[in-house]
Write a protein that binds this ligand. Structure first.
Ligand code: BGC
Length: 525
């Protein structure tokens, strides 16, 4: 495939690269890093959907709850519910989402390992801790083992999510960076779908063996990322940053498939020189010159979770139950949303480097906004504020269709781009810290939304969908005004993009790009 491109930002160099088998295989294996997060989300989905549906007759959670949470289990069986107020145990949710807090903490540590020892060692540690966690869970004899296991899984997710997106963005040729980085989100969804299928089969096994297999099988994606990390080379950017200049040049030549890499190599050297001036990335990221990156790495993950994706996919099984799918409701809804999400993520893979990040963000945002409002109106009309109305099959079908439209919108916008954009917008010296912030904020809001979702649904009722719609509206405007287009821009040239931006330009010092903001803006008109 020819690799030429025309960059939109003035002063940004054009590299002309081919897609090499080496970079393809490397990024393919690197993307495995998303599998552990996905498998875990699939298992969490199994917990959450199990809680939601248990009273409705889904039995998959019963042996597990009887073993570890007998008190909650008894209460749950006797719960009185309506469509909005489902059985809500903060303890159970806290147990399930303890993992996100662990991931939050570990991503902060991972940032130093990624910077000082290289991207691949954070990936390896992610696989290793996830592997140990899966053993604790699969062989759990008491609640302590279960909790330790979940925390270790969380550590693994934090390490992997901090390092893998950066790894992919640095390895990929600039003109295909979006597509390669999206491989991470593809792996996440693949992990979710696989975990769902495994859960479905293991739930049919009698006694405790079912959940033990489901939790224990997390060791498979863990091993894949561990082995992958061992055989993968590190990125040229990281090699240079750590002083292996010659190795970096050879690596760059081999992944780009040409010996003519001087320009890009010089960019990496310059970036590394800048990087050496910065001894404390955590302190430096607070400096005004990094304000655009700091704001984006905080707001993008916050907004990604405030799209309501996890709430809507957790709520979907309730509707499938209404449609009469009984004990299959949980599986079916997860399969439908998972497969749609998987297929639609490929829309992003194939368009993100052609049409750009902004178009996908804006189109996906509008699609999510409209479908969320429609879902809120339909549920409001059908269940009112009391939550006990009756919903016919046609209407329930329509709501499910709207959910699919919403999921598709997320799948080609905030899903993959929520990982791509934060990993590509920061200069080398703060990249690792910035990605840690991205993961930490993402995990914190995943935790918060999971923790509060059932209470919010009970109090806000159908208004919950409008609540998320308001956020989708705000984030779409935010992207329109504040996010410059980064497609095709070499990762170590990103400062130029910020410098040319109408608002952020003022924060980037002239010496960072060798030209003044006024000149950049003039050139971009
Ligand atoms: C998000 C998760 C979400 C997953 C699947 C990821 O990009 O970070 O919160 O569960 O996509 O939708």
């Amino acid at each position: 495939m020819a690799g030429g491109f025309v960059s939109q930002t003035p002063g940004v160099r054009n590299y002309n690269y081919k897609l090499t088998p080496k970079v393809f295989v490397t990024c393919f294996i690197g993307a495995f890093g998303g599998l552990i997060f996905g498998y875990d989300l699939g298992i969490s989905g199994f917990f959450f959907q199990g809680f939601l549906l248990l009273v409705g007759g889904v039995t998959q959670m019963e042996p597990f709850l009887e073993e570890f949470f007998p008190y909650v289990y008894k209460k749950m069986k006797n719960a009185h519910e309506n469509e909005y107020c489902r059985f809500d145990s903060q303890l159970l949710t806290l147990f399930t989402s303890s993992l996100y807090l662990a991931a939050l903490v570990s991503s902060l540590f991972a940032s130093t390992i990624t910077r000082v020892f290289g991207r691949k060692w954070s990936m390896f540690l992610g696989g290793l801790t996830f592997f140990i966690g899966s053993a604790f869970n699969g062989f759990a004899q008491n609640i302590a083992m279960l909790l330790i296991g979940r925390i270790l899984l969380g550590f693994g997710v934090g390490f992997a999510n901090q390092s893998v997106p950066v790894y992919l963005s640095e390895m990929a040729p600039p003109n295909l960076r979006g597509a390669f980085n999206n491989g991470f989100q593809v792996a996440i969804i693949f992990g979710i779908v696989v975990a769902t299928i495994i859960n479905y089969f293991t739930a049919q096994l009698k006694g405790n063996i079912g959940w033990r297999i489901s939790l224990g099988l997390a060791c498979v994606p863990a091993m894949m990322i561990m082995i992958g990390a061992l055989i993968l080379p590190d990125t040229p950017n990281s090699l240079i940053e750590r002083g292996f200049t010659e190795d970096a040049k050879k690596m760059l030549q081999s992944i780009r498939g040409t010996s003519e890499v001087d320009e890009e190599f010089q960019d990496l050297i310059d970036a590394s020189e800048e990087s050496k001036q910065v001894k404390h990335p955590w302190k430096n990221i607070m400096l005004p010159r990094y304000r655009p990156q700091l704001i984006m790495t905080c707001f993008i993950p916050f907004f990604q979770q405030l799209t309501g994706i996890n709430v809507i996919t957790f709520y979907a099984p309730v509707l499938f139950q209404t449609l009469g799918f009984g004990s299959k409701a949980s599986l079916l809804s997860a399969m439908v949303t998972g497969i749609i999400e998987l297929l639609c993520t490929f829309v992003s893979v194939f368009t993100v480097d052609r049409f750009g990040r902004r178009v996908l963000f804006l189109q996906g945002g509008i699609q999510m906004l409209i479908s969320q409002i429609a879902i809120g109106v339909m549920i409001g009309v059908k269940f009112g504020t009391v939550g006990t109305g009756n919903i016919g099959k046609t209407d329930a079908n329509l709501i499910v269709a709207l959910i699919c439209i919403y999921v598709a919108g997320f799948a080609w916008s905030w899903g993959p781009l929520g990982w791509l954009v934060p990993s590509e917008i920061s200069p080398l010296e703060i990249r690792s810290a910035a990605q840690a912030i991205n993961v930490a904020v993402n995990m914190f809001f995943t935790f918060l939304v999971a923790q509060l979702f059932l209470t919010m649904l009970c109090h806000m009722k159908f208004g919950l969908f409008f609540f998320f719609a308001v956020f989708v509206f705000i984030m779409t405007i935010f992207i329109y005004l504040m996010l410059p287009e980064t497609k095709n821009v070499p990762i170590e040239e990103m400062n130029r993009v910020w410098k040319a931006h109408w608002f952020w330009g003022r924060f980037i010092p002239d010496e960072a790009v060798g030209v003044s903001a006024a000149e950049m803006q003039q050139k971009s008109v």
